[in-house]
Design a protein around this ligand. Structure first.
Ligand SMILES: NC(=O)c1ccc[n+]([C@@H]2O[C@H](COP(=O)([O-])OP(=O)(O)OC[C@H]3O[C@@H](n4cnc5c(N)ncnc54)[C@H](OP(=O)(O)O)[C@@H]3O)[C@@H](O)[C@H]2O)c1
Length: 398
């Protein structure tokens, strides 16, 4: 189950981040397109590739997801040479979906462009010269994953062992934790590691990788249920910040401060982490999710010292991290994560919305509910939406 990740390529994320307008338009073929008979005959099951599909497009930039996007019905695209047509089984929800909509990642890209960053599915047709085969399960991260079908260059897909949505977790969520902790956190046994949004998609990996490295791990979360999950993955001190003050817990229980922070929330939480950082401590800035739906607003509450000088007071490091800049590290880390997962040392929690009022999340239309679920802080683990359009196989067990 490990070798698929060896081929992981930095081009995946590069393609996600640097998609250009031409590429975005290519994903919407001409309305006259009808799938050629070669596509239909290439199917491994009686399933037929429909002529039309649904996808989510960003129609105007903004951080209000429902307002900025729309579901459109377009012809199913046709794979060209060295490309494959993938029927998406599960689309992954990332906090960054709002940033993509807002144009944060793609300032040069003007709407309309396709939404979604990451998904998995089954190859249902191949273009001429493709090295991949119909029936293979694949995983990818590239703009345009909130769609029923997608055409991908061969080099942008990773073959995965099964249709299990846990296969989605290594990519963005696992790699971010693994590479950031190694390259920026420089964690070692005995360090105190504080992970914010610890029960979320990437946080769960940071917690477990911290434990595997011999750290004492503190994890923030908003509910007792999430705290139970955190205990189950080895977190030493879950802090339910809705009923206990993170600042007081840190001051009382960790008077020497924490050595490393894996920080995703921003604003007051960042401020509290900074105040409780040890001398020589390191904060890895993973994200600022508390500001994403507010047009990226991000303020640091006043410190006694001007912020840049406050870092001098602690000789600390504030370290920015963006996965897209670490393509060269991805293969090694993906392989390591896959090994840990298959040996049972690393758990990958998937949230398909079955515990939410509207869930389980199924179909393109429910991508919106899934995003709301995350931004209402209700998720534990990685949020996924079962798409599985047109499938006649039981590959979508929701
Ligand atoms: N730098 C990179 O390359 C990179 C890559 C991947 C992800 N990220 C960042 O990592 C963070 C987590 O992303 P994810 O996709 O893994 O999401 P996630 O952690 O699965 O879900 C977000 C969680 O954040 C917590 N949260 C706290 N305040 C929030 C708020 N105001 N609004 C929404 N959620 C809030 C919630 O957990 P609690 O209720 O338990 O606090 C929520 O469940 C984001 O900041 C994202 O941008 C960065």
């Amino acid at each position: 189950m490990l070798l698929f990740w060896l081929a992981w390529s930095q081009r995946c994320f590069a393609a996600t981040c640097h998609i250009n307008q031409t590429k975005a338009n290519q994903i919407r073929p001409s309305p006259e397109f009808k799938p050629p008979s070669s596509i239909v005959s290439a199917m491994t099951s009686p399933a037929v590739v429909p002529s039309q599909m649904k996808q989510i497009m960003v129609k105007e930039k903004g951080s209000n997801y429902r307002k900025a996007t729309e579901i459109v019905t377009v012809p199913v695209p046709e794979p060209q040479a060295k490309q494959v047509l993938v029927r998406i089984s599960y689309a992954a929800i990332n906090a960054s979906d709002v940033l993509l909509c807002d144009g944060f990642y793609t300032p040069g890209l003007q709407p309309p462009y396709p939404a979604g960053l990451e998904a998995m599915g089954e190859i249902v047709a191949t273009g001429e010269g493709s090295k991949l085969a119909v029936g293979q399960n694949v995983n990818f991260f590239k703009i345009g994953s909130f769609s029923e079908y997608v055409v991908l260059d061969d080099e942008l897909v990773t073959v995965i062992p099964s249709a299990d949505p846990a296969n989605l977790l290594i990519a963005i969520s696992g790699l971010t934790a693994s590479i950031a902790l190694e390259r920026k956190g420089n964690i070692k046994s005995g360090d105190t590691l504080l992970v914010t949004a610890a029960a979320g998609a990437t946080g769960q990996f940071a917690v477990q990788l911290g434990k595997l490295a011999g750290c004492h791990v503190i994890g923030t979360c908003s509910t007792d249920e999430k705290a139970e999950f955190l205990k189950s993955i080895g977190c030493d001190r879950p802090v339910v910040y809705t009923r206990e003050s993170l600042d007081e817990v840190l001051k009382q229980e960790y008077p020497n401060g924490v050595d490393v922070v894996y920080e995703s929330i921003g604003n007051e939480i960042f401020d509290t982490c900074f105040k409780n950082l040890s001398r020589y401590g390191r904060i890895i800035v993973i994200g600022v999710i508390s500001g994403y739906e507010k047009d990226g607003s991000y303020t640091i509450p006043a410190t006694k010292l001007p912020f840049p000088f406050a870092t001098v007071d602690k000789s600390c490091d504030i370290l920015g991290f963006f996965l897209g800049h670490y393509g060269a590290d991805m293969s090694v880390h993906a392989e390591r994560l896959a090994k840990l997962m298959s040996s049972g040392q690393l758990k990958a929690e998937v949230d398909n919305g079955e515990k939410s009022e509207k869930g389980p999340f199924r179909g393109i239309d429910m991508v919106y509910d899934a995003i709301d679920h995350m931004y209402a802080k209700k998720n534990t683990g990685k949020v996924v939406v079962a798409i599985g359009a047109g499938s006649t196989k039981a590959t979508v067990p929701v």
